[in-house]
Design a protein around this ligand. Structure first.
Ligand code: NAD
Length: 393
């Protein structure tokens, strides 16, 4: 199978590696020669490391590298069966590329975008055959992250959706189907992990090391929200939040934090700039958390219930199935449990009570409980019913 990848940056290089490992012939195109060179060198380093660690045979490593053709001419992608675009997040530039690409392809070829924030429908609309267009959203780093969101646009044909899903699954990925809505599944449902942590900090309820400690130690998340924002970059994370906020017509649930905006403006971007919420310079010490279990539990309860509310609302609005919403958060961002299963564990009624307490206290629609949670609490149902009960949604 011939796969075209457009853009040899972080995501395009990773996607090319995944497709090549699955024995596809990959044509990786970038408008910058330097990007192609860097991509090729980086792959050679990754392969060397994997061979040294015994995770890959020398032969397979060679084959993965030989399967990728680094090309500076878009025409080389002609007759690809699937082309995945992963260039800069600019709608006009992306649309221009699709218009140039489509005439080179056969009528059956699939065109996909790895966009994180643009609507798939708006990109599909520039194609002569928009039914062949689909969103295929990988996570960073693409070779390591199991999850891929497959996003049909309103124009996408069911055949194309099925084929795209089968191809990506055959590459060893766990696919989930997401509705073409802002943030798809992961970038929407994960917002309170950052936003509610920032809100708790902004209100002076706890300091940064304590919030991170609570989420790791008590919540069992791999990283605390502030550590994770520093890892992602405050500029990048802030932009995702602001984009989702605007795309949801300024729903207060997604409102960005001034604290993060100022960090970004100050150039305190996180690990990459040597300073973010924490200091990453050599020898710098990190302040100790206030290891108070009662406070820690309250922090976890508040952030987790806001995440559950977001997951429930995504289900309420049919963004994805309950299985896919839970898989997306465990496989896309390594959450310790699926949020809907977590709600079952806590008890739906308890979740509604916690949300109502927050809403009563703040009187902000940010804390409104999803109608689905309330309906389920009233009916005494669960997201993943035990064998005796039957779901009704
Ligand atoms: N970085 C992430 O964590 C992440 C995760 C999921 C999805 N995405 C999405 O993937 C896409 C790429 O992101 P990235 O982080 O890999 O970007 P990047 O900046 O690392 O790479 C973009 C590459 O595209 C090339 N490019 C720009 N314009 C081009 C054009 N007209 N023709 C050909 N090549 C062109 C650039 O030279 C660069 O090499 C974006 O749509 C982004 O939203 C990013």
């Amino acid at each position: 199978m011939k796969v075209g990848v457009i853009g040899a940056g972080t995501m395009g290089s990773g996607i090319a590696q995944v497709a090549s490992t699955a024995n596809c012939q990959v044509y990786l195109y970038d408008s910058q020669v330097a990007a192609l060179d860097k991509s090729q060198q980086k792959l050679a380093q990754i392969m060397e490391r994997l061979v040294m660690k015994g995770r890959l045979t020398e032969e397979k490593a060679q084959q993965i590298q030989q399967n990728i053709y680094y090309v500076q001419d878009l025409n080389e992608l002609a007759s690809s069966d699937l082309v995945i675009e992963a260039i800069i997040e600019n709608p006009e530039i992306k649309k221009q590329v699709f218009s140039q690409l489509e005439p080179l392809l056969s009528a059956e070829a699939i065109i996909a975008s790895n966009t994180s924030s643009l609507s798939i429908a708006s990109l599909a609309a520039v194609c002569q055959r928009p039914e062949r267009f689909v969103g295929i959203h990988f996570f960073n780093p693409a070779p390591l992250m199991k999850l891929v969101e497959i996003i049909p646009a309103v124009q996408t044909s069911t055949i194309v959706l099925g084929r795209a899903n089968d191809i990506i699954a055959s590459w060893g990925k766990h696919t989930v189907i997401a509705k073409d809505t802002p943030g798809f599944i992961v970038n929407r449902v994960a917002r309170p992990f950052y936003g509610e942590a920032l809100r708790i900090y902004d209100e002076g309820i706890a300091d940064i090391p304590t919030i991170d400690w609570a989420m790791k130690q008590i919540g069992q998340f791999r990283m605390g929200p502030f550590e994770l924002m520093d890892f992602i970059g405050n500029d990048v994370n802030y932009t995702v939040t602001e984009t989702v906020f605007k795309a949801f017509y300024f729903d207060p649930r997604y409102r960005p934090s001034f604290t993060q905006k100022r960090m970004s403006e100050a150039g305190y971007l996180g690990r990459k700039s040597g300073r973010g919420y924490y200091d990453y310079k050599a020898g710098a010490s990190h302040p100790a958390p206030k290891a108070d279990n009662k406070l820690g539990q309250a922090i976890v309860d508040r952030i987790v219930v806001m995440l559950i509310n977001e997951a429930a609302d995504a289900l309420h609005f049919k963004v994805a199935s309950r299985e896919d919403i839970d898989a997306a958060m465990t496989k896309g961002v390594n959450y310790p449990k699926g949020l809907l299963s977590w709600a079952d564990e806590i008890g739906i009624e308890n979740c509604v009570e916690r949300l109502d307490q927050l809403f009563d206290y703040y009187r902000e629609s940010r804390y409104r409980c999803s109608p689905l949670l309330r309906k389920m609490a009233e009916a005494g149902s669960r997201f993943f019913p035990t064998e005796k009960a039957t779901p009704h949604f």
